[in-house]
Each structure stands twice: as C-alpha cells, then as structure tokens.
Write a protein that binds this ligand. Structure first.
Ligand SMILES: NC(=O)c1ccc[n+]([C@@H]2O[C@H](COP(=O)([O-])OP(=O)(O)OC[C@H]3O[C@@H](n4cnc5c(N)ncnc54)[C@H](OP(=O)(O)O)[C@@H]3O)[C@@H](O)[C@H]2O)c1
Length: 276
C-alpha cells in the first residue's frame, strides 16, 4: 500500500474493461490520481474515466509513456504492435512495460522495444473488477525481482496474484483467464435446473450464485482439498452422492478437462497468429 506523491508514475494505455480495472486497482492500492494517467482512443470514454477517477486523460500514447515509470498496456492484442511502435522511442530509461494482452509472448514486446527494456506479462481475469480476481505474472529477460514486486503492488487490490514461468501462461489462461465463464456456465445450469424443478428463475439464480460463492469461500478459507469438502456433504445413501454420480455419468469432469485443453490450445493459436 502506498499513499504518497513519489509512487511510480503509471500510464495505462487503453481505457476499456481491463484498463479501468487496473486504474481502479492503482487508486485502490493508494496511488494518487496525479500519479496515474490513461490514454484512450475514444474521447467519450476518456472523459468518462477522467470524471470518474480524476486522472489525466487525452495525451497520446507516446506523450504518456514519456512521463511514465510504468507503462501498462491494456489494449486488444491486435493493437499492441502499433502501441509499441508509438512508445518505443519515448520510453524513459529503465521504464517497466507491463501488458495484460492475452496470448502475445514476451518476445513480441522485447523484439519491438529497446534492448534491456524490462517487460512483465499479466494474465488477469474479470473478477478483478471487484477485487476477487486471479492474476498470473511472468517476467521477461531484463526483468529484476523488484519489477515483479512492483507489479504485485499494482495488482494488490485486484485479488490473488501468482508468479509463473511464461511457458505456463497458456494453461493459466485456460484455468483462471477463461475460468469465470466455466463458473457462470455452472451457475446458469444450476439455475436452469431449479426452474425445471419448479422454482422461480429469480430464486433459483440467487440460490445458485450464493451456493457457488459460498462453496468457493469455504474452499479458500478451510484450505481443505475439494474432494474432502465434497465428501463432507455426501452422506451415505443420500441426495448429494446420487447427484454426483449423475455428474460423473454425464462426463461433466471430462468436459471441464476438455474445455480447459481447448482454451489452452486456442491461447497458443491466438498467440502465434498475433505474433506473426
Ligand atoms: N476483459 C478481460 O476479461 C481480460 C482478461 C484477460 C486479459 N485481457 C486483455 O486485456 C486487454 C484489454 O481487453 P479489454 O477487455 O479491456 O478490451 P477493451 O474493453 O476493448 O479495451 C481496450 C480499449 O483500448 C482502446 N484503444 C484501442 N486502440 C488504442 C490505442 N491505440 N491507444 C489507446 N487506446 C486504444 C479501445 O478503444 P476503442 O474501443 O475506441 O477501440 C478500448 O477502449 C486485451 O489485450 C485482453 O486480451 C482482458
């Protein structure tokens, strides 16, 4: 937590969903609005962020990067190449480049920036918006341990942050990056089942959301293995064991594994396509 006027100056390039999440994380983590700015191609959106957070907007990527100790890239992967071209010659010596763009390898950045530029890749997920995210960070070839500590500080209020080797980021994308969609899918399926069994949709959805939320919190707080937690609610000859048998019979576990493998493979494909 910081709360001074000497915090590293951060330029967030791209003020969309993830850019706003990072901006909010910085301010929630103690950065003052004077130490953060956002660039955004849509003027209406830039004005919205300026009035909501009191940060500077409206500069070009190059102007913002020239002032920054940390440049946070939060544009879509297909735009990252042109953003790097904007900032390449304007980055301050020693400035840290951090990117949340999915798929693009660290070598993509390092080959387009001056030799020795420290780069960190982040794979966040959407629950970061409410401080319940899970992010993995991977270091580039010129990154020092202090850079990772700084990125952890920036992401501190977004939720869990773990360090991984870059080779594991496609798998991380498949589990925590795409994972919120799996959880929403399960919630929707449970709610649908509730409707089929005669509950109102509103009631079934509220029950499903609270159940998934509470189960995740219990798993996190107890630290017990999910199998142990599942066995604890499965009394002999009872309702839960009958339900879990149907989940197995319908291949739900195998479906989750196949889904994650497909996401991992797609992440690799997209990374290769964006890099070429
Ligand atoms: N959202 C997620 O859950 C999530 C999770 C993991 C990683 N990510 C990564 O986060 C990055 C951003 O995703 P997002 O969902 O936040 O996308 P987004 O909402 O589309 O945000 C990107 C923003 O950047 C703006 N922009 C486009 N070109 C620009 C430029 N040259 N300079 C400055 N700003 C520019 C866009 O404006 P216009 O709309 O006018 O083009 C848009 O507001 C992506 O690379 C994605 O892979 C996102």
């Amino acid at each position: 937590m910081t709360d001074d006027t000497t915090a590293p100056y951060v330029a967030v390039l791209g003020g969309g969903v993830m850019g706003e999440t990072l901006l909010s994380a910085l301010l929630g983590g103690g950065w003052t609005p004077e130490r953060v700015e956002v660039t955004e191609s849509a003027a209406v959106r830039a004005n919205e962020l300026a009035s909501r957070y009191g940060v500077r907007t409206g500069a070009s990527n190059a102007e913002a990067a020239a002032r920054a100790d940390v440049v946070l890239i939060a544009v879509k992967p297909n735009v990252v190449g042109s953003v790097l071209a904007d900032v390449r010659d304007r980055l301050r010596t020693g400035a840290l480049v951090v990117s949340v763009a999915a798929g693009l390898p660290l070598s993509f950045y390092e080959s387009r920036l001056a030799a020795g530029t420290p780069v960190v890749r982040v794979m966040p997920n959407t629950p970061a918006v409410i401080g319940k995210g899970a992010s993995a960070i991977a270091r580039g070839t010129a990154t020092e341990p202090g850079h990772l500590v700084l990125v952890e500080r920036i992401l501190d209020s977004t939720g869990l942050v773990v360090r991984v080797d870059e080779k594991d980021l496609d798998a991380v994308t498949a589990i925590s990056g795409s994972g919120p969609a799996y959880a929403f899918y399960l919630i929707d399926a449970m709610a649908e089942a509730g409707v089929l069994l005669g509950l109102s949709r509103d009631l079934a959805t509220r029950l499903a959301v609270a159940t998934v939320e509470g189960s995740a919190a219990l798993a996190a707080e107890s630290g017990d293995h999910p199998v142990v937690l599942r066995e604890r609610v499965s009394s002999p000859g009872g309702t839960t064991v009958a339900a879990v048998r149907e989940l197995d019979a319908h291949g739900v576990r195998a479906g989750v594994v196949a889904a994650a493998q497909a996401a991992r493979d797609r992440s690799r494909e997209l990374g290769a396509a964006y890099s070429s």
